[in-house]
Design a protein around this ligand. Structure first.
Ligand SMILES: [Zn+2]
Length: 297
């Protein structure tokens, strides 16, 4: 079918959306109007998040791009899933924030997420949204819930793990204890957070019927497993290839590129692999795990 956009021509569309033109809605193609409606919804939620100081400006722009791609691909159901992840993340980040700040492990900027964090957690999910839009099918829905489950469980595990009374152990060398907040460090509380968050995303996906042709209990199972596998991958990659540095001013071990206003010196790991890259890789692993598991079941 010829879309209204082609049949009307770009000139007419520009004319139609120019200010002060009468019968605006009559001239605008309906599908474009719907898309603008979806964009408006995403922008409205992102504005709320900025108001709540859960996003900074860069985070706002990245969230709109990611949210819109996901809304276009999967509609409300997919959008509710990424919103659930976001709300879980904000809630656990702000939970006992002052305590985390006092031990130096709180997220910076009052917990407001910036664009690298948004793209690390939602970037691959946005790609799946666009792929769903282009090709459709349950494969992308499975990849999407796996990625979201991994992002949610990793974020919740990190934030809850920081509150653990027991000292984290390194996932790759279980005898070794590391300071809270160290990438690759795991605690029982963090593991519990991983499972609960992954199961929550899986349950929401099942209730919303996000994956066509797969029974709801199986959706919960593959999403939960995707989240757990992604979260474990995050810890293993964090413990091994993630860049670990030391501050050249105060001498503290850090994972930041900047400390005390100066670039840090790398001690181990790969130069460009920071926490955000590790998160992105973990969401890809979680997505692949969910799809693979659904294929073998
Ligand atoms: Zn320092």
């Amino acid at each position: 079918m010829v879309s209204p956009v082609n049949s009307m021509g770009l000139g007419n569309i520009l004319l139609a959306i120019s200010p002060g033109h009468g019968a605006l809605t009559a001239l605008l193609p309906v599908d474009i109007l719907l898309d603008l409606g979806e964009l408006a919804i995403v922008v409205a939620f992102a504005l709320l998040a900025i108001k709540a100081r859960a996003l900074d400006r860069g985070g706002f722009l990245a969230s709109v791009a990611v949210g819109y791609a996901i809304f276009l691909g999967g509609g409300w159901a997919w959008f509710v899933i990424i919103m659930s992840f976001f709300i879980l993340g904000v809630a656990t980040t702000l939970f006992r924030y002052e305590y985390k700040k006092s031990i130096g492990t709180a997220q910076e900027k009052g917990g407001a997420r910036s664009w690298p964090n948004i793209l690390a957690n939602g970037g691959i999910a946005a790609v799946f949204g666009l792929a769903e839009l282009a090709f459709g099918g349950s494969a992308f829905a499975l990849l999407y819930i796996g990625a979201m489950s991994a992002a949610a469980s990793d974020t919740v595990a990190t934030e809850l793990g920081l509150l653990s009374k027991s000292v984290p152990r390194l996932i790759t060398r279980f005898g070794a204890r590391v300071p809270p907040g160290t990438s690759g460090g795991v605690t029982e509380l963090g593991l519990l957070g991983t499972i609960v968050a992954a199961a929550a995303i899986g349950t929401i996906a099942a209730v919303l019927g996000v994956v066509q042709g797969v029974p709801p209990y199986e959706v919960v199972f593959v999403a939960t497993m995707g989240g757990i596998v992604g979260s474990i991958a995050d810890s293993v990659i964090g413990a091994t290839v993630q860049r670990k540095s030391v501050c050249i001013v105060c001498g503290k071990a850090t994972e930041s590129l900047i400390h005390c206003g100066q670039p840090t010196r790398r001690q181990s790991g790969v130069v460009h692999i920071d926490n955000n890259i590790v998160n992105l890789l973990a969401t890809i692993v979680g997505a692949a795990a969910s799809l693979a598991l659904a294929l073998v079941l």
